[in-house]
Design a binder for this molecule. Structure first.
Ligand SMILES: Nc1ncnc2c1ncn2[C@@H]1O[C@H](COP(=O)(O)OP(=O)(O)OP(=O)(O)O)[C@@H](O)[C@H]1O
Ligand SMILES: [Mg+2]
Length: 269
């Protein structure tokens, strides 16, 4: 293969670099200065109590409308992507699994995945070639045939929605993926299936920022780093040994230990 500038770029480690990021929703500041670097090949777990800003960070990273970045920047592959549209970020190789995936009536999973693949990769793949590729990924993740012929998320159980997201991740092959609450609403077997699926995909070409409440998913996916978010800030970072420590102390225990005053709590969730 000719060594064009493009192919040389692909051999470099892709980095998602979040610097001093501040963001507001409806005039209320939620993210109060986030610094976090995720490299291709690394798994970072982001934990923290309800309402601490984890999903807000995921949405801001993907450029979801309604979130105003008021300070700092998001850098990806060496460029400032803070002002890019979600589709542009996806084309660059960033992936976001939403906490509440949407239903798309009338569109089968296989057609949805093929459209997403074409849009993200800018590649005109034939239906046959795509099926072959999809089959490989389905085998890897133990996804049944009947699921991909159903309409996207319609009547899917929580576990099936999550499996579908992981299948999407497998098909799109992003450089960095932000996975929000991949373990929520999953029974023990589904959690294991999803977690081992993610673990199968993690490798030198994929970096993951895994947002989770629970330590249990980390029994299947070993993170390189664990970060704890409270009141819109990362208050603690450490290695995998942090997970059992958090489980034992609880977030309130940690808050006291770090001497953090409880911030303004949400009135209702
Ligand atoms: N669209 C919105 N309008 C108003 N407030 C919002 C909006 N989105 C988020 N917030 C507020 O921002 C704060 C952080 O919410 P976020 O969803 O990021 O928390 P989280 O850490 O993901 O929580 P959870 O663990 O429950 O998923 C909460 O106080 C929430 O009420
Ligand atoms: Mg959330």
């Amino acid at each position: 293969m000719a060594r064009t500038a493009d192919t040389i770029d692909k051999t470099e480690t892709v980095t998602l670099d979040i610097r001093g990021l501040r963001a507001s929703v409806e005039g209320k500041e939620i993210l109060k200065g986030i610094d976090l670097t995720v490299r291709q090949g690394e798994v970072h777990a982001l934990m923290g109590p309800n309402g601490s800003g984890k999903s807000t960070l995921a949405h801001v990273l993907m450029g979801r409308p309604g979130y105003q970045v008021t300070g700092g920047e998001i850098r990806f592959k060496g460029q400032n992507i803070t002002a890019l549209r979600p589709d542009q970020r996806a084309q660059l190789g960033l992936f976001l699994a939403f906490q509440y995936p949407t239903e798309i009536p009338g569109v089968s999973v296989v057609n949805f995945l093929r459209s997403a693949y074409k849009a993200v990769k800018g590649d005109q793949i034939s239906a046959l070639a795509f099926r072959k590729r999809l089959k490989e990924k389905m085998a890897l993740l133990a996804v049944e045939d009947q699921m991909v012929n159903r309409y996207v998320n319609q009547g899917f159980s929580g576990g099936e929605k999550k499996k579908n997201e992981i299948l999407q991740l497998a098909v799109l092959e992003p450089d960095i993926a932000v996975l929000d609450e991949t373990d929520s609403g999953l029974d023990i077997d589904s959690l294991k299936a999803v977690a081992t699926g993610v673990q199968q995909l993690v490798g030198p070409d994929l970096g993951v920022l895994l947002i989770t409440h629970y330590q249990r998913i980390l029994n299947y996916i070993t993170p390189d780093r664990i970060h704890v978010m409270m009141d819109g800030r990362i208050v603690l970072s450490g290695g995998p040994e942090l997970a059992p420590e958090l489980e034992q102390k609880g977030y309130e225990g940690l808050r006291k230990e770090l001497g953090i005053e409880a911030g303004e709590e949400p009135v209702s969730k």
